[in-house]
Ligand binder design. Sequence first.
Ligand SMILES: [Zn+2]
Ligand SMILES: [Zn+2]
Length: 299
Amino acid sequence: MSDNTVGSFAESDPVKLPDLSTVFAKRAERLRALAPGHELEGFLRMIAEVIAAQHEALADLPPGRLPASSSRAPLDPATLERDETWRAALARILERLDEATLPEAARLARAKLSAAPVAELEAMADRFLEGDVRAAEAAEMVFVAAALQVAWTRMAALLDVSGLDAAANSGKGGQCPACGSPPVAGMVLPGGTKFGHRHLHCSLCATAWRYVRTRCVHCGSTDKISFRQLAGTAYLKAECCEACGGYSKVFYVESVRALEPLADDLASLGLDVLVGEEGFSRVANPFVLGVMSGTDGNN
Ligand SMILES: [Zn+2]
Ligand SMILES: [Zn+2]
């Protein structure tokens, strides 16, 4: 795996683990580039700051521990015994954020989390990882999500890639081979075959894995797949599945070079609204989980 193109990865890699030196830094940079003039500019700028804090938090975390090797999704939050690393990451992220850049709700959330007992933090982490986020705690969950991403991304970076099977779950759906989480988006890179391969990118641990094009990431169906897009965004489509009612986003890297899956997903929530109105659904981006799919006061 040493001959990868810098800043990208070889088309032939079935699984690509995150590079800790760049994963959050590139994401923050991309979000800062997407923010100016965007209808969600303030939100995107705030998340860019949170992601920059994720990058810094990686530098001085306690050692932590990796699970014993396992054939499938060794970092699955449902089976992994979570250690204190994510709480150390949370404390560092909260410390590093500049109060002045935070909106009121985020300042309150930060104060609340800084004072919260361990048991309450752990319960919030459980709810996030189970996708059971309440709309009322959406602001706190931005920071909880950020901290869990730091912990999981670091563990993923230390895995042995040869032990991960990109196809392990492909009969059923498109979950991360490292942690079993849903993808935040798919990227189609040029090269390889005439049409290029698709890689899905994990919403939690930033691992990427190859996945058949035009195949539902939720149920694995290849029938009744159709695409939607917003005017003026040829590089982005929603792949919608009539079989299960799910959809996922696909970015086409040949037309926009600087794409970053999580950042570009956040900056294209308009497409989620469009396909949501048609009745399609997916697991929302971790930073808007409480807003897009909160379990009270919303839906
Ligand atoms: Zn993952
Ligand atoms: Zn489906």
